[in-house]
Design a protein. Structure first.
Length: 339
């Protein structure tokens, strides 16, 4: 949309949008979408009817974001908090390389990747997520390594479901080590599935985001979607499947080697993990660390890394991760000084 400077404020920009229906979606429930743009870019947005006035040093940036979001709505796509966050993150990454030149379409083309599933379309929200998504689509073995909340497992499950829907794979197999996170739960009653379900719950959550509940239940009954502890993978050859190992930092070296050698014809593997959250007993080496060192440089394997800037949960999560990383660095420096 064309904009003009507001007459009472030389730093303000005035926008008008013709479609009132789309305008409602642009503003969001109770103005939530505008509030998010305000918070992320440090501007003030005044909403009156089908017009918006933007105040602040980043007014031009906010204008481009709002125009891009409106164009997204015109294209029939959804605008939500995640889409806004992703758009601003991706454009900020591009802008740091001097990419903010040319017209609006060039500056705000939207994510290049869309992973379509039965329930929703997943779009990467950071440059690291884009690279990781592309690697999952192109490589037979992909590692996603980084802190919690960066979408490592979520994206891998989305790609797995997409490839299953299109018939590129016949099965989805999700696994993780059944290692307790810092506390002993003791004996768990129930059947085998009931015993391991608490460890597998994050994988169920991701699948439920991409597949309707009844369809997922049917696929599990038919063993076309499997969720099982890593120990259950021994002795199997996993062909024509998309296999995801989650929480790989808690796999031992032997478990990691066992898992990687399960790869069969027509299959793809994704291994995700966070090196800062190893729950193995003291003195036991993480198989994820070993795999990084041993497989580095092997053709056909992609290693993808995330940092706190890629966290897509609550903004406080990124700050918490950064604080812990700084503390770890301080402790390591102190330890080296004492040697």
């Amino acid at each position: 949309m064309a904009s003009i400077l507001a007459p009472d404020d030389t730093t303000a920009l005035h926008l008008e949008f013709p479609d009132n229906r789309l305008m409602i979606d642009l503003v969001g429930p109770h103005g939530a979408h505008l509030a998010q743009v305000e918070q992320l870019l440090g501007v003030l947005i005044v909403h009156r009817g089908n017009a918006l006035t933007i105040h602040g040093e980043a007014a031009a940036e906010a204008e481009r974001v709002l125009n891009a979001l409106y164009a997204r709505l015109e294209a029939g796509k959804q605008v939500d908090m995640g889409a806004i966050d992703g758009l601003i993150r991706l454009r900020s990454d591009e802008g740091s390389d001097g990419a903010r030149q040319g017209d609006q379409e060039e500056m705000f083309p939207g994510p290049a990747l869309e992973i379509r599933t039965r329930k929703k379309t997943m779009e990467p929200r950071t440059e690291a997520q884009k690279a990781y998504t592309q690697a999952l689509l192109e490589h037979e073995l992909t590692f996603g390594i980084g802190p919690a909340g960066t979408g490592k497992t979520y994206i891998a499950v989305a790609v797995a479901v997409s490839k299953f829907i299109t018939g590129e794979v016949d099965r989805i197999i999700l696994t993780r080590p059944a290692v307790e996170a810092g506390e002993k739960l003791g004996f768990l009653p129930g059947t085998q599935d009931e015993k391991v379900d608490p460890y597998m719950q994050p994988l169920y959550d991701a699948l439920n985001d991409f597949l309707p509940g009844k369809q997922l239940q049917k696929l599990r009954e038919e063993k076309r979607v499997e969720i099982a502890p890593l120990a259950f993978m021994r002795g199997r050859t996993l062909s024509n499947a998309f296999v995801i190992l989650d929480e790989a930092q808690n796999a031992t070296t032997m478990q990691m080697k066992m898992f990687l050698t399960r790869l069969g014809q027509g299959s793809r593997m994704a291994i995700t993990g966070d090196r800062s959250q190893v729950d193995l007993p003291r003195g036991v080496q993480s198989g994820l660390r070993d795999a990084e060192e041993i497989l580095r440089g092997v053709g056909g394997i992609s290693f993808n890394y995330f940092t706190a800037t890629d966290v897509v949960r609550h903004p406080l999560v990124a700050k918490i991760i950064t604080a812990y990383e700084k503390d770890d660095a301080r402790r390591e420096a102190a330890r080296l000084e004492r040697r």
